[in-house]
Design a protein around this ligand. Structure first.
Ligand SMILES: Nc1nc2c(c(=O)[nH]1)N[C@H]1C(S)=C(S)[C@@H](COP(=O)(O)OP(=O)(O)OC[C@H]3O[C@@H](n4cnc5c(=O)[nH]c(N)nc54)[C@H](O)[C@@H]3O)O[C@H]1N2
Ligand SMILES: Nc1nc2c(c(=O)[nH]1)N[C@H]1C(S)=C(S)[C@@H](COP(=O)(O)OP(=O)(O)OC[C@H]3O[C@@H](n4cnc5c(=O)[nH]c(N)nc54)[C@H](O)[C@@H]3O)O[C@H]1N2
Ligand code: SF4
Ligand SMILES: [Mo]
Length: 720
C-alpha cells in the first residue's frame, strides 16, 4: 500500500532536508513500520511503506503517511513558553531550564521530594531519547509520586509477567506468523495496528492464518474492524472475560487436555489452577458473559487440540475491573495447552538492545509503597494514575504541589479528566515537556517543546521486545533541526544536571553500548549501515533459561492472583448495570494527540456515541444525547448500530478539544467530547491498580445539541 503525499503548504521549516530518498522507522505506534520518504525541492513529496523492512514488509497506515505533517504544523511549538496569566512568552532554552529547575527545587525544599509528581505519557516509549534519559531526570527528582499512562493501559500484562515469569517486561507475544488458531479477546489490531504484538500489517498476517486453513476467533462487545478478519466472532459482555477464560480452563482440565510439553519440569502451581477453575463451568459463566455454554466448550476443545495456537488478550482485557486476573489467565491458558514458548504459540522476542540484560532474578516489583490518600499499591516504581487528582487536592504531608508532564495529556487520557483539569489549576508549579499547547499543557507555567518525530534519530528500544520477529533498525533523523530547537534527551539531561543529578551519557552512546553487549553483538554503526533494518529471524524458544523468578521456575498460580479470585466469584452473581460504556480506537487517531493533522481529520464526525437500536427507546439516530456517569456528563451525537451488543454504548477516547486556551486549531474544529470525563477513578482493577475505564455504568437521555465548541463540553468547566 502506498499513499502519495501532496507537498506541504508553505512549510514552517527553515531547515529542510536535502533532496533524496530517506528510510526511517515510523515511531507513531507499536507497529514501527519502515517508511520510505522522498524529498524533492526541500519538501516531502511521497511517503510509502519500506518494502525492504524485514518486519513491516511495506505496510503503512494513514498516520505514517502523514508523519511529516506534524513538523510543518503551525501550532507545533519550538521554543520554551512561559505563562503569565492567560498569555505566553517565549524564553531562551538556558533561561527556561534554569527557571524550571529553580522552581522544582523550591517546591522540593519547602514540601519534600514527594511534593513534585510526574506523569509520563505514551510517546515517551516511542522516542529513544526520552526512553533512555527521562529516568535519570526522574531519579534526580526523587519523588514517589510517579504516574504514567501504563496504569490506564497495559499494567496487568506487566503484573502477570512479573508474578509468573519474574520480570514485568518478560511479556509473551503471539507468534502470529506460525500459528493456526488465533484466539483474540479485547484487541482490535486492524485499527490499532497491534499492541504488545508488534506485527505491522495484521490484515495480511491474519489472512495468511486463514489461508493456511487456520482459525481466527475474536470475542469483543463490538463487532470491530478486526471481526472482518476473523473466522469466528462472538459478542462478550464487557468485564466478563475472566469468567470466560476460567471456563476454557475448566474444560481443558475436565476433559484431560492439559499438556505442558517442554515446560513440564519447570511449572509450579498446576493443582492450584485446577482448583481455581473448578467452579467456573461453561454453564456457570454463560449467562454472565453472554457467550453460550456450547460455544465455550467447543472453543476450549478446538483451541487445546490445535497444534499451533495462541490466546492473545489486549487492552479490552486490561482496562477493566479484573485486568490482572485476565492477563494471568491468558498466560495460564497458553501454558497448560502446550502453546507457550513454542512456535505458533506465545513466545519471547530476543531484541538486539535487550532491556532485560542486567535484570536480577527474584526482584519484587509490587506494593513496596502505597499512595498517600487511598493507599493504592506501587508497581515497578509507579502509582496508579487514577490517584493523581486526589494526591493534588488532598491537603497534608506529602501533598502534590508541582507536576512535570512528559509526552502526556492526562486531562483527556485519564479517569475523571475534568476533575484533573480543575486540580491542575491549584498547583504551585507545573512544567510540560511537549510540542503542543493542549488540554493538559495549557495549565503549565512553562512548556519545554522538543524536536520530535522525523527530526530525531530512532531505535525502538521497547517495541523490538514485543515484536513477532527478531529484527533491529536504527535510523538517522530525516529533518535537520534549527539552532533554536532541543531534543527531549537534551531537555532531560539539562534538567537532571541542574537538579544535581547524574545525567550520564546520551541516548546514542547508551544504545551503542547495549547493542555491543546484546545477543547479536552489533553496534549503532552496523545498524546505521543497514537502514531498512536487520533480520535475526523468527522467535526462538528460550525457557526456562530466560525466566527471572528467584528459583527460575514458572509460577502458574501466584498468591496475589489466587487471593483476587473471591472478588471475581462475588461479581458472578452481582446484577449487571443496564448500560455500560466502552472505548473505540479509530484508524486515523493516536490517543489524544493527532487530531491537529488536517488530512487525518477529513470526513464525517467521529466522536459519536454508538448504541444498539435495542437500547435506544425513544431516541433517534443522529440526535444529541446526554451521557451521564457517576462522575460527569457529556453531550454527543447518537449513532445507532448493531455493531455494538445490546447493553453497551461506545465512544472514542482522546477527544474534548473544546477547552479554552488550547492551541490546536484543526482539532478545535472537531472538538468532540472526552470519554474520560465519564470514566471513574474509583473503578479500578484492585489487584493491579489499573484503571477500569471500560464497563463504566451510564445512562442516556435526549439533549439539546452540544454548545459551541469554544465553550467546551458541558461537563468540563475546566478551571481556566
Ligand atoms: N477511556 C480510555 N482512556 C484511555 C484509553 C482508552 O482506551 N480508553 N487508552 C489509554 C492508553 S492505552 C494510553 S497509552 C493513554 C495515552 O495517554 P497519554 O500518553 O497521556 O496521551 P496522548 O494522547 O498519547 O498524549 C501524548 C502527548 O505527547 C506529546 N508528544 C508526542 N510526541 C512527543 C515526543 O516525541 N516528545 C514529547 N516530549 N512529547 C510528545 C503530544 O503532543 C501529546 O501531548 O490513554 C489512555 N486513556
Ligand atoms: N489508530 C490508532 N492506533 C492505536 C492507538 C490509537 O489511539 N489509534 N493507540 C495505541 C495504543 S496507546 C494502544 S495501547 C493500542 C491498543 O491496541 P488494542 O488493544 O488493539 O486497542 P483497541 O482498538 O482499543 O481494542 C480493544 C478492544 O477491546 C474491546 N473491549 C472493550 N471492553 C472489552 C471487554 O470487556 N472485553 C473484551 N473482550 N473486549 C473489550 C473494544 O471494543 C476494542 O475492540 O493501540 C495503539 N494503536
Ligand atoms: S501502523 Fe503505526 S508504525 Fe505503521 S505507519 Fe501507521 S502509525 Fe506508523
Ligand atoms: Mo496505550
Amino acid at each position: 500500500m502506498s499513499q502519495s503525499v501532496p507537498p506541504l503548504s508553505e512549510p514552517a521549516l527553515s531547515f529542510r532536508p536535502a533532496d533524496g530518498t530517506y528510510y526511517r522507522a515510523c515511531n507513531l505506534c507499536e507497529a514501527i513500520c519502515g517508511l520510505q520518504i522522498t524529498v524533492a525541492g526541500g519538501q516531502v513529496t511521497d511517503i510509502r511503506g519500506d518494502a525492504a523492512d524485514p518486519l513491516s514488509r511495506g505496510h503503512i497506515c494513514p498516520k505514517g503517511a502523514s508523519i511529516a505533517d506534524l513538523l510543518a504544523d503551525p501550532d507545533r511549538l519550538k521554543k520554551p513558553l512561559r505563562r503569565e496569566g492567560e498569555t505566553w512568552h517565549e524564553l531562551e532554552w538556558d533561561e527556561a531550564l534554569d527557571y524550571v529547575a529553580a522552581r522544582l527545587k523550591e517546591v522540593r525544599e519547602r514540601h519534600g521530594a514527594d511534593a513534585v509528581a510526574s506523569y509520563q505519557g505514551n510517546p515517551s516509549v516511542h522516542n529513544s531519547g526520552t526512553l533512555l534519559t527521562a529516568s535519570s531526570f526522574l531519579k534526580a527528582l526523587g519523588s514517589r509520586n510517579r504516574f504514567t499512562a501504563t496504569s490506564i493501559d497495559q499494567l496487568p500484562h506487566h503484573f502477570a509477567a512479573a508474578e509468573m515469569l519474574g520480570h514485568p517486561l518478560l511479556l509473551p507475544i503471539p507468534d502470529i506468523d506460525r500459528c493456526d488458531f488465533f484466539l483474540m479477546l479485547g484487541a482490535n489490531p486492524l485499527t490499532s495496528n497491534g499492541s504488545i504484538m508488534t506485527a505491522p500489517g495484521m490484515r495480511e498476517r491474519l489472512r495468511a492464518v486463514r489461508e493456511r486453513g487456520g482459525r481466527v476467533v475474536l470475542l469483543d462487545p463490538r463487532r470491530t474492524e478486526s471481526a472482518q478478519a476473523a473466522t469466528d466472532f462472538h459478542f462478550i459482555r464487557p468485564g466478563t472475560d475472566a469468567f470466560l477464560l476460567l471456563a476454557l480452563l475448566n474444560v481443558i482440565f475436565a476433559e484431560g487436555l492439559v499438556r505442558l510439553g517442554h515446560l513440564g519440569d519447570v511449572v509450579d502451581g498446576l493443582g492450584d489452577v485446577r482448583a481455581a477453575c473448578a467452579p467456573f463451568t461453561p454453564e456457570a459463566v454463560s449467562g454472565k458473559t453472554g457467550v453460550p455454554a456450547d460455544t465455550i466448550r467447543q472453543l476450549a476443545r478446538d483451541y487445546a487440540a490445535a497444534e499451533r495456537a495462541v490466546v492473545y488478550g489486549r487492552i479490552g482485557l486490561s482496562v477493566q475491573e479484573f485486568g490482572g486476573l485476565c492477563q494471568w489467565l491468558v498466560n495460564v491458558l497458553n501454558v497448560v495447552s502446550g502453546h507457550f514458548d513454542t512456535p505458533g504459540g506465545a513466545m519471547f522476542p530476543r531484541p538486539a538492545f535487550d532491556l532485560l540484560m542486567r535484570a536480577r532474578p527474584g526482584e519484587t516489583y509490587h506494593g513496596r509503597w502505597h499512595s498517600r490518600v487511598r493507599g493504592l499499591p506501587e508497581f515497578d516504581g509507579e502509582l496508579p494514575n487514577s490517584a493523581m487528582t486526589e494526591e493534588i487536592l488532598t491537603p497534608g504531608n506529602g501533598q502534590v504541589r508541582a507536576l512535570v508532564t512528559i509526552a502526556g495529556n492526562p486531562v483527556l487520557s485519564t479517569t475523571a479528566g475534568a476533575a484533573l483539569d480543575r486540580a491542575l489549576e491549584t498547583l504551585d508549579f507545573m512544567v510540560s515537556i511537549d510540542p503542543y499547547l493542549n488540554e493538559t499543557t495549557r495549565h503549565a507555567d512553562v512548556i519545554l517543546p522538543p524536536a520530535f518525530g522525523l527530526e530525531t534519530a530512532h531505535y525502538d528500544a521497547i517495541f523490538h521486545h514485543f515484536a513477532v520477529r527478531n529484527t533491529a533498525r536504527y535510523n538517522a533523523p530525516v529533518f535537520p533541526v534549527t539552532p533554536e530547537q532541543r531534543f527531549d534527551h537534551q531537555i532531560f539531561m539539562g534538567l537532571t544536571e541542574r537538579l544535581g543529578g547524574k545525567a550520564g551519557s546520551g541516548p546514542d552512546e547508551r544504545l551503542d553500548l547495549g547493542l555491543r553487549h546484546g545477543p547479536y553483538q552489533t553496534s549503532l554503526a552496523d545498524l546505521q549501515a543497514q537502514p531498512h533494518g536487520v533480520d535475526y529471524g523468527p522467535l526462538k524458544p528460550c525457557l526456562p533459561a530466560r525466566l527471572l523468578t528467584a528459583d527460575q521456575r514458572l509460577k502458574l498460580a501466584p498468591a496475589p492472583m489466587l487471593a483476587d479470585l473471591p472478588r471475581l466469584q462475588a461479581a458472578l452473581n452481582a446484577a449487571p448495570a443496564p448500560l455500560v460504556l466502552i472505548g473505540r480506537r479509530q484508524l486515523r487517531s493516536n490517543n489524544s494527540w493527532m487530531h491537529n493533522t488536517p488530512r487525518l481529520m477529513r470526513g464525517p464526525e467521529r466522536c459519536t456515541l454508538q448504541l444498539n437500536p435495542a437500547d435506544a427507546v425513544g431516541l433517534e439516530h443522529g440526535q444529541a444525547v446526554a451521557v451521564r456517569s457517576r462522575v460527569g456528563e457529556v453531550v454527543a451525537q447518537l449513532e445507532l448500530t448493531d455493531e455494538v451488543m445490546p447493553g453497551v454504548a461506545c465512544l472514542p477516547h482522546g477527544f474534548g478539544h473544546g477547552r479554552r486556551g488550547v492551541r490546536l486549531s484543526v482539532a478545535q474544529q472537531h472538538p468532540g467530547v472526552s470519554l474520560n470525563d465519564l470514566t471513574d477513578p474509583e473503578r479500578l482493577d484492585q489487584l493491579t491498580g489499573n484503571a477500569a475505564v471500560n464497563g463504566t455504568p451510564i445512562s442516556i437521555r435526549a439533549a439539546a445539541p452540544a454548545s459551541a465548541p469554544a465553550n467546551g463540553p458541558a461537563s468540563a468547566p475546566a478551571g481556566d
